[in-house]
Ligand binder design. Structure first.
Ligand code: ADP
Length: 489
């Protein structure tokens, strides 16, 4: 068994997780630990180090010390390290899937999918590492020769959420390392174990000490808040909720940090009257129930042309009703548990609020008994335009349906939110696609598909959904600065 799989098995058997600072695994300086639990059972899995202010500082010290040497490592070598990590992740895919399911709840099949998706960021950015280029020329005045180089921005703070504990980490660590940046990684307190296992992979692949430092903590503000004002930190990349993202952006202004923010979404899923309804239902299931609906890309509002509302709702509700709710480890599970009880109560409150305002639960809508934070696939028809379920990010397998009469109304409804991450459009009319899609205030649009995320494509939003892009050619640019050198001729 590889040392990575053995490490994962030990965590799953209750062994404690440590911080990783300057190439050393060690407890928090306070000696404190916090519990990580399985959302399907509510039972503890193990405890991990509860890093504090001193540990955050030690991690940035290490990242800062390693920065210059790491930037000087030839791009081909950095690329090879990322590629080695990609292969190691695949070799340990089953163990990673078990770990993701245990701490996050998604089904093993989805966890396996996340391993493939997450590993792909390492391969993509291994390929991008050697494509960072510059340019040269003579200024129009003829006075100076211009050289434009791209340089790593410097030490980064990478803060990841719990919903894709592997992929959100590789999506940040991959481009940071490819660009020549060092990092302090702070995983979500609900799902720190996958990041620790990924760190084992990076260590085994040969990433030098200090290049990646991981601080697990139950108090993220205490462990990382002071780093935002530390002049050695040069960049923040954050994925999480919009309110926390706004607070961190404000704090990052102190050090004028480069910021990449991937925040909330409220994706419209728009079905036109000419759509292939079977395809639309299949896409709706994917867009709504992937990751138990706990994704910023999840369809949050179903906008259906009034002439096809009845058949769409009927077929969609029938398909949602067939989804199996259960522990992620059961072989037939479609919908694992929500991440915690607070989430489940919030999702149910959105449903009861909508029903109180006249919506009809065509399927689902009931709160199952515990243990585990399970919630059934739910379709709500006739939802009021200002019901919380359409104005807030749901983060659960609940699908509110509204209707529209024409393209103008669809645009108005789709754009009537502070968010602008992604949307989905079902139509067979190419003219309509080309006319309609540019009117959507969205960073990403899927046409006749319910899933757009791909490591080779620029992922990100407009409006309050965030700043910057992750993945694609754009992803590495977030970690690079231009340096212009003017040389007298
Ligand atoms: P969610 O509601 O999805 O849990 P959050 O925005 O609360 O989203 O969390 C996303 C990430 O941000 C997690 O890693 C969390 O620990 C971290 N986080 C939350 N508050 C802070 C903070 N004040 N400083 C730094 N990180 C934070």
């Amino acid at each position: 068994m590889s040392s990575v799989a053995a490490y994962i098995d030990a965590l799953l058997a209750g062994a404690p997780g440590d911080l990783y600072v300057d190439g050393v695994w060690r407890p928090a300086s306070s000696g404190d630990r916090f519990v990580v639990s399985d959302p399907a059972t509510g039972q503890p899995i193990c405890e991990v180090a509860d890093g504090g202010t001193a540990d955050g500082s030690a991690a940035l010290d290490a990242a800062d010390r390693a920065q210059e040497a790491w930037a000087a490592v030839p791009a081909r070598e950095r690329s090879d390290l990322l590629m080695a990590a990609f292969h190691l992740l695949h070799e340990n895919a089953d163990a990673f899937a078990r770990l993701i399911t245990a701490e996050m709840g998604k089904s093993l099949a989805e966890a396996r999918g996340e391993v493939t998706y997450g590993a792909e960021f390492l391969r993509w950015f291994a390929e991008e590492a050697v494509r960072v280029d510059g340019r040269s020329g003579v200024l129009p005045s003829g006075r100076l020769r211009m050289l434009v180089d791209q340089r790593p921005v410097g030490p980064c703070l990478l803060i990841t959420p719990w919903n894709f504990p592997l992929a959100m980490a590789t999506r940040k660590i991959g481009p940071a390392l490819a660009a020549g940046c060092t990092a302090v990684v702070k995983p979500a307190e609900l799902t720190p174990l996958t990041t620790l296992a990924l760190t084992k992979v990076l260590e085994e692949a040969g990433v030098p000490a200090g290049v990646v430092n991981v601080v697990t903590t139950a108090d993220p503000a205490a462990a990382t808040g002071h780093l935002l004002a530390d002049p050695r930190l040069r960049k923040l990349s954050f994925t999480g909720s919009t309110p926390v993202g706004k607070r961190l952006l404000a704090a990052a202004a102190e050090g004028v940090l480069r910021c990449s923010m991937e925040l909330g979404g409220s994706a419209p899923f728009i079905v036109f009257e000419d759509a292939d309804l079977d395809e639309a239902v299949a896409g709706a299931i994917a867009a709504k129930t992937r990751n138990i609906g706990e994704a910023c890309t999840a369809a949050n509002r179903f906008l259906v042309h009034e002439s096809v509302q009845e058949p769409f709702v009927e077929r969609f509700a029938a398909a949602m009703g067939e989804l199996v709710v259960g522990s992620g480890t059961a072989h037939d599970t479609d919908l694992g548990p929500l991440i915690d009880e607070r989430s489940r109560e919030r999702v149910h409150a959105l449903v009861t609020d909508a029903v109180a305002q006249g919506a009809r639960a065509v399927v689902g809508g009931n709160l199952p008994d515990g243990p585990g934070h399970f919630y059934p696939a739910t379709v709500l028809d006739g939802v009021a335009p200002d019901a919380r379920v359409v104005t807030e990010e749901i983060f659960g397998p609940v699908a509110p349906v509204q209707t529209f009469a024409d393209e103008d109304e669809a645009v108005r409804l789709a754009n009537s939110t502070p968010y602008g991450l992604v949307g989905y459009v079902y139509t067979r009319d190419l003219d309509r696609t080309l006319r309609f899609v540019p009117r959507l205030q969205l960073g990403m649009v899927g046409v006749n598909t319910g899933v757009v995320s791909d490591p080779a494509a620029p992922f990100g939003g407009v409006k309050e959904s965030g700043l910057g892009r992750e993945g694609g050619r754009e992803g590495i640019a977030e970690y690079l600065e231009h340096q212009y050198v003017g040389i007298v001729r």
